[in-house]
Design a protein around this ligand. Structure first.
Ligand SMILES: Cc1cc2nc3c(=O)[nH]c(=O)nc-3n(C[C@H](O)[C@H](O)[C@H](O)COP(=O)(O)O)c2cc1C
Length: 146
């Protein structure tokens, strides 16, 4: 079993339609490939983690790397793991609406993801760095890789 965590940014504003397209194709393909993990999107930042067979993960990441919908791609962690930290592949995002103090939907989404991060077991280097980078994005802190 192998894990790879990465971060990237969107050169242009992605719409909800673009995000849904990525979510749909990834959900289908990763299930077939036996890939689990998570893709987080927030205000132009992507943070992703992929887990599965080493060759399959590397091949899929090579394809993701070449996708024009993002750039500034940085590998945060990669290497062998004993067991998966994610039971399926999923997407997390809280981009609906504006980040304003009184946008309840937005604030609840941020709170939900931060709570999830706090409650989630992180037994691998990749999952630790994935969640800490997600938290940095939600708190408006620049990724250390930039
Ligand atoms: C940030 C980001 C993450 C992506 N993650 C995945 C993924 O986990 N699995 C996947 O199949 N495609 C993912 N994609 C989409 C792929 O880059 C690619 O467009 C898609 O797999 C279709 O490839 P195909 O045209 O060769 O079938 C991602 C794209 C972006 C921008």
């Amino acid at each position: 079993m192998y894990e790879l965590a990465y971060s990237s940014k969107t050169p242009t504003n992605l719409t909800q339609v673009d995000l849904s397209a990525i979510q749909n194709i990834s959900g289908e393909t990763n299930l077939i490939l036996g890939i689990t993990g998570c893709l987080f999107f927030h205000e132009g930042d992507f943070v992703g983690i992929l887990e599965g067979n080493e060759k399959t993960v590397k091949k899929l990441f090579a394809k993701i790397r070449g996708d024009h919908r993002h750039d500034q791609i940085a590998v945060l962690a990669k290497g062998p793991i004993e067991k998966r930290q994610f039971s399926q592949w999923n997407m997390m995002s809280c981009t609906k609406g504006e980040r304003t103090p009184d946008n309840a939907y937005y604030n609840l989404s941020v709170w939900n993801i931060l709570s999830l991060s706090e409650l989630t077991e992180k037994n691998t280097h990749g999952s630790q760095i994935f969640w800490s980078t997600v938290e940095e994005s939600l708190q408006g802190i620049n990724f250390r890789t930039r």
